[in-house]
Design a protein around this ligand. Structure first.
Ligand SMILES: [Zn+2]
Length: 163
């Protein structure tokens, strides 16, 4: 497992940016939920300051991973694209308190660290973005059935109304 460790407090204070791409094969925990190790996860971090004065990290994670459809057991590609705002509490103990104080569902509060591994955050985010029960929107074998069941087009309905 590769690591990308930064002093998260300094990173935010200095408004630093860091981006990269890590092969899916490098993420051990993520790999357990995937059909294969193809592809890479691209990530981007930008340090800053939350309006309430706390350090914040903007994180973007994107890529494509291969999952197994639970219905037909065939592999399919699942795109990952997420942007998250992380606010850094000074430690684990204060993270809950900060979370309650900010009371903002659009961000996540985590414990900052002088040795924060950004790739762990990327992996957590990728895991969160996986569907609980992965399946094709339409399984390949079902395409025919769906075509037959297709609802009438609005134009066909209009035509009927006219006559
Ligand atoms: Zn399927």
């Amino acid at each position: 497992m590769p690591a990308q460790t930064v002093d998260s407090f300094e990173f935010c204070r200095l408004g630093e940016r860091l981006s990269g791409a890590t092969p899916v094969a490098g993420f051990d925990r993520l790999l357990r939920d995937l059909a294969d190790a193809n592809g890479e996860i691209r990530w981007r971090f930008e340090g800053g300051r939350h309006p309430q004065g706390l350090p914040q990290l903007a994180m973007a994670v994107e890529g494509e991973v291969t999952l197994v459809c639970q219905r037909c057991l065939a592999p399919f590609v699942h795109p990952i694209a997420s942007e998250t705002l992380l606010v850094l509490a000074s430690d684990e103990a204060s993270a809950d308190e900060v979370e309650q104080r900010l009371d903002d569902d659009s961000l996540e509060v985590i414990a900052g660290s002088t040795a924060l591994d950004l790739l762990q955050l990327v992996e957590d985010e990728a895991l969160l973005s996986l569907p609980l029960s992965p399946r094709h929107p339409v399984c390949p074998g079902d395409v025919l059935a769906v075509a037959v069941d297709k609802p009438e087009s609005p134009f066909a309905v209009l035509k009927k109304l006219k006559t």
